[in-house]
Design a protein around this ligand. Structure first.
Ligand code: HXC
Length: 515
């Protein structure tokens, strides 16, 4: 065989691998409104930066006629490339080959790039579109999944891991995204569930569609499994790129800083944001957007547990993670879901050296049997624990209410915050004035001829004494009471001061967060 013939064989193999078994398969993917595995990678990565690995890998199974269906690459495209010039590792599952189902060789390809990502300290991106374990290959498919889950766990906190769900993600396929840091789901074409509608119907007699059971909308708003919901494949990929712009390559690095030329940092609009009546809601997004660099806020978990807002932003060009109570939703109360949402975000930011900013306006924890029976105690403690063990620069600004246990939890000085500011409208107390007065002045009010007037008098008395930031400031729990308009300026200065912060936790194998 001549050198030319050998080259021809190579070219034919590459052609076969690239087309993944035929134009018909590509058309079938497009007809469902989905891109192919390779199109997705091409959009994700910088032009011509993709280096594929394992293009000629095939399965080794012969059961159920698989020996007659050998397709180069075996249903997953893997390799590395760059996004905005920064190295990333990527796998992209090809639904057109055995339904993107995962088996032995396929899993080995993914494991190979996971290990490279871990050793070389760069993010891992998974583009998921798969019917789960390849049924014909039996236990080796299950082994392949476990090999991946294990490495997802080892990589957690070392390199960022992002999953885009762009088609089915069923059965065993769900647990790798579940361990990764962020899940982005495509609306109408993706769904995630452990057991599908048929099994659900058999076991619980519930009739539910795939979309309702595990579509993007369900997981963005009900379960919180999806951090982002995207309109289509292109939008999902745009989310991945945007997310990466705020985070570093690995846990040893800091996020890239954007150019920022100092300017007038006073934001007068903030002075008018808190309503006169302390019980009137306002949208905390307004506060966030005034404080951070223009259009830099990138909200995570937007539709889930809306009583707390979390997301990335830039302040003077540098990444920060924001956790903010939202008075416009359930009065900004802390409950089970908001505690879990915020705790996971705090831990991600801490793992990847992203400073934290807390904007606090919280009336306390949500009362009720539903909350108590579903373990608000354990779940609230998650947030307390997450803040307490975070060693990145941590700053809190109390805009209005900071009541009860929620005051402690929301990055108080006592659990390790570096600097705590309060606006003059801050109310730092064990509880709200009305509730407090009804308890501590109960006898006085009950024995009064005019109970309502007495209650009003006591509320005023309590308010004058406690519902302000000055007692906390006199104790040093608040470092400075600032005018709202000064917030951005103070924060820029404070984060600069904290830039080289070093803080170590006591030596341990690992802590035991209340899960
Ligand atoms: C092998 C599979 C497959 C699988 C799909 N295919 N899933 N092949 N193993 N798990 C094949 C189909 O046979 C078909 O092949 C092609 O992929 C396309 O599938 P369709 O059913 O025609 O597509 P669609 O109608 O879009 O339905 C997609 C689907 C459905 C909803 C994903 O295929 C499905 O329900 N698949 C099974 C899902 C599942 O139960 N997976 C196993 C979970 S158990 P042809 O040759 O006809 O094109 C599991 C345990 C792991 O994952 C546990 C680890 C912890």
């Amino acid at each position: 065989m001549t050198k030319k013939d050998k080259t021809k064989i190579l070219e034919k193999k590459i052609d076969d691998a690239l087309i993944g078994g035929g134009q018909k398969r590509i058309d079938s993917q497009h007809s469902k409104g989905k891109l192919t595995a390779r199109e997705r990678i091409n959009i994700l990565l910088d032009k011509n930066s993709f280096q594929e690995l394992g293009m000629f890998v095939t399965h080794r199974s012969s059961d159920f006629g698989l020996d007659k269906k050998v397709i180069l690459g075996d249903g997953v495209v893997t390799g590395f490339g760059t996004i905005e010039g920064r190295l990333v590792y990527v796998f992209s599952q090809d639904f057109t080959i055995f339904g993107g189902s995962l088996a032995e060789a396929y899993a080995e390809k993914i494991v190979k790039i996971m290990e490279l990502a871990l050793k070389n300290g760069a993010p891992l991106i998974g583009l998921n579109d798969s019917g789960g374990a390849r049924i014909q290959e039996g236990v080796v498919s299950l082994a392949g999944y476990a090999d991946i889950f294990y490495r997802n766990t080892l990589a957690s906190g070392v390199v960022p891991q992002i999953s885009a769900i762009m088609g089915p993600c069923a059965g065993g396929a769900v647990y790798s995204p579940a361990i990764t840091d962020f899940n982005i789901m495509v609306e109408n074409t993706s769904y995630m569930f452990v057991t599908g509608p048929n099994v659900v119907k058999t076991v619980t007699h519930e009739e539910v569609s795939s979309e309702e059971l595990g579509g993007a909308n369900t997981h963005s708003s009900k379960s919180g499994i999806a951090h982002f919901s995207a309109k289509n494949d292109i939008d999902a990929i745009a989310h991945v790129k945007k997310l990466l712009s705020y985070i570093p390559q690995n846990c040893e690095e800091i996020p890239i800083a954007y150019k920022y030329n100092g300017e007038n940092e006073i934001r007068e609009k903030l002075d008018d944001i808190i309503p006169e009546n302390p019980n009137t809601p306002y949208d905390m997004h307004g506060v966030i957007n005034e404080i951070v660099d223009n259009d830099s806020f990138f909200e995570v978990h937007k539709q889930y547990a809306e009583n707390i807002i979390v997301g990335f932003a830039r302040l003077a060009g540098k990444s920060i993670g924001i956790i903010a109570n939202q008075p416009a939703f359930l009065a900004g109360v802390l409950d089970i879901n908001s505690s879990k949402k915020a705790a996971r975000f705090v831990r991600f930011c801490d793992a990847f050296n992203i400073p934290l900013l807390v904007l606090e306006d919280v009336p306390g924890f949500l009362p009720g049997t539903d909350q108590e029976w579903n373990a608000i105690i354990t779940n609230g403690a998650k947030l307390l624990y997450a803040f307490s063990e975070a060693t990145v620069p941590r700053i809190t600004v109390i805009t209005r209410k900071a009541y009860g246990g929620a005051y402690d939890v929301m990055n108080s000085k006592h659990i390790g915050a570096d600097l705590n500011f309060a606006w003059p409208t801050a109310e730092i107390a064990v509880m709200g004035a009305k509730g407090a007065s009804e308890i501590i002045f109960k006898k006085e009010i009950m024995s009064s001829d005019n109970k309502d007037a007495k209650l009003e008098e006591k509320i005023n008395e309590y308010q004058n004494l406690f519902t302000n930031p000055y007692i906390a400031a006199s104790r040093g729990y608040i470092d400075e009471v600032i005018k709202p308009q000064q917030t951005r300026e103070r924060l820029i200065r404070a984060y600069k001061m904290l830039e080289n912060k070093v803080d170590n936790l006591p030596k341990k194998k690992h802590g035991n967060i209340p899960l």
